[in-house]
Design a protein around this ligand. Sequence first.
Ligand code: SF4
Length: 317
Amino acid sequence: MTNPLIEAKNLRKYFKTPGGVLHAVEDVSFQIDSCRTLGVVGESGCGKSTLGRTVLRLHEATAGEVWFQGENILKYNRKKMRDVHKNMQMIFQDPYSSLDPRMSVYNIIAEPVNEICRKSYSKQEAEEKIRQIMELCGLPLRYANRYPHELDGGRRQRVGLARAMVVEPRFIVCDEPVSALDVSIQAQILNLLMDLQEQRGLAYMFITHDLCVVRHISDEIMVMYMGQVVEYASKEELFNHPLHPYTKALLSAIPTTDLSRRSRIRYTLQGEVASPVNPSPGCRFAPRCPYAEERCKGSCRLRKVAPKHYVACHQFE
Ligand code: SF4
C-alpha cells in the first residue's frame, strides 16, 4: 500500500487568550492522495481555516504530526520548510486583500518563482513559466501589467491561482476560494481547479461553508464543529447517509428546487454555541443537540461506522 501524499495525525492548534486556552483545532487526522480533494466544511469559526494554515505551518502546531511525501514536516527547520513550500501552496478567500495592490499581475505571479525557485530557473525560463501559467489559468497576457484593482473578482482569483500554481505544487489548501465571487464566476473557478487537478495530479484541501460547492468538488468530506471533526466520509456516504446531528442540520439547510424533497425533515439548531476557550471534555455540540443525554458529557471520539465513514457521536458507539 502506498503512503498518502499528505497525512495529518492528531493535529492540535491552541491559542492563549486572556480568558484561557482557545482549542481552535483538536486532534484532527486525515489523509489526502494525489488527484483527490478533501472538503472541509463547518460554520465560521469552527477552525477549518486554522487547520489549513497549521497543515502548511503558517501557524505552528501545538501537537501532532503532518506527513508530506513520507516525512513529518513539523520537524523541519525553516530552510527545509522553504523547499517544502514549493510543493504546498494556499489560495485565499479574498483575492483582493491577498494580492499586493502595488504589484502588477506579472510581478505577483513572479514573486514565488523568485523567492522559492530562484536557483532552479534562468530569467528566460522564469518568464516563459509565468506566461504559460497565465495562459493555463485563463489570464490573457495583456493583463500582465495591470494591477489588482483593475481586475474583476474572478480574474483576481485567477491571479491568486496562477501565483499558487507557478511553482508547480503537489498540494494546495484552497481556503474559501470562491465564496467572495458571483455564482457564474464560482463555477468557472471550480471547473478550472478541477481541470488543473486532472492535468497536474494535484491534491486539494478545500475549505468552505458551502455544501453545494463541497459536493461539486470533493472526494471525501470532513465536517468540523468547534475545532473537532464530527464526521468524515466519502462524499457519497456523507450526502446519502449523514449520521451526526450537526451534519444532518447542515444538509437539511441546503435549499432545493426538487418538490419531492421539500417535505424532508428540517433540523433546526437551537441553544447556545459552547465556548472553545477551556472547553469541557464532553461533546461540544451537546448544548445544541436535540439528542443530548447524560453520557454525552463524556469524551466523544471519532469511530468507524462503515467503510469510509467515521462519526463522533455517542449514538453510534
Ligand atoms: Fe448529540 Fe450526544 Fe451525539 Fe453529541 S454525542 S451529537 S450531544 S447525541
